[in-house]
Design a protein around this ligand. Structure first.
Ligand code: XBP
Length: 255
């Protein structure tokens, strides 16, 4: 039985409903500020989320949906426009986080604190920009919370984003732990496909954007992490008698 030594969390959609509450509105505000009549509706955004990485998502949108798009004269080329849009969007995302508009999902804070009290290490493995991770954690868990995580693997730290395994490989390497001693938490098929090749077992907590995706290979698929007051729903896998996610359940999943 492999000993549990670390929990590795995805951010967007796993720690918080950031796509719904943060990224999508921030993208639309950046488009409006830049004089673009682009509107990423929840339905369109659900399709665009298949491409991980905000800069990559903007590029895919132009290529797949705006075949005759002309880059505004304000920008030297498409790359310059994407860089500007993404920086503007990140500023808005940080503002929304600071305004308390991006709360953590159920059970997240409890599990993080339980892991800390039990000496289980914490790490993050996310495609999002590091500044977004800092804004989310500081504004939900307090200024010291970044120090709770031994590794924050994020954004462009690796050459290939999810579903490539690079970001989880980076997290494991910097934790200096084998995958067998760790458990990953994700919300998307992209994330599951990123974690699995590294040997990590993965717990998926679905959300509105991802609940219809394929999670074959996940160790456990849940509605959310649950709380003592609001039990989770087990969609697939074996949670035993647990009604909310605990460090003990994590240990059982590694057994
Ligand atoms: C989700 C992503 C990110 C965010 C947007 O990352 O794909 O690109 O949608 O953030 P994860 P950026 O699920 O791995 O947390 O615009 O900063 O990329």
């Amino acid at each position: 039985m492999a000993e549990l030594k670390a929990l590795i969390f995805d951010v967007d959609g796993t720690l918080a409903e950031t796509e719904r509450d943060g990224h999508r509105p921030a993208f639309n505000q950046a488009f409006a500020d830049t004089g673009l009549d682009w509107d990423w509706t929840p339905e369109l955004y659900g399709k665009l989320l298949e491409v991980s990485g905000g800069k990559e998502r903007i590029r895919a949108y132009v290529q797949d949906y705006l075949s005759d798009f002309q880059v505004p004269a304000d920008f030297s080329d498409l790359d310059a426009m994407i860089k500007h849009l993404h920086a503007t969007k990140t500023t808005y995302y940080k503002q929304y986080a600071a305004a308390g508009k991006i709360p953590l999902r159920p059970g997240v804070e409890r599990l993080l604190n339980e892991a800390r009290s039990e000496g289980v290490r914490l790490a993050i493995s996310t495609t999002t920009t590091p500044a977004n991770v800092q804004a989310l954690l500081e504004n939900t868990l307090g200024p010291d919370s970044l120090n709770w995580f031994d590794v924050i693997a994020a954004g462009d730290m690796v050459p290939k984003k999810k579903p490539a395994p690079d970001i989880f490989e980076y997290a494991l390497e910097h934790l200096d732990l084998p995958a067998d001693n760790c458990l990953a938490f994700e919300d998307t098929n992209n994330g599951l496909r990123s974690a699995t090749p590294t040997g990590l077992k993965t717990v998926v907590t679905v959300n509105e954007y991802t609940k219809a995706q394929d999670f074959t290979g996940a160790k456990l698929v849940l509605s959310d992490l649950g709380t003592p007051e609001t039990p989770f729903t087990v969609i697939s896998g074996d949670a035993g008698n647990a009604t909310y996610f605990t460090v003990n359940l994590a240990r059982q999943l590694l057994a």
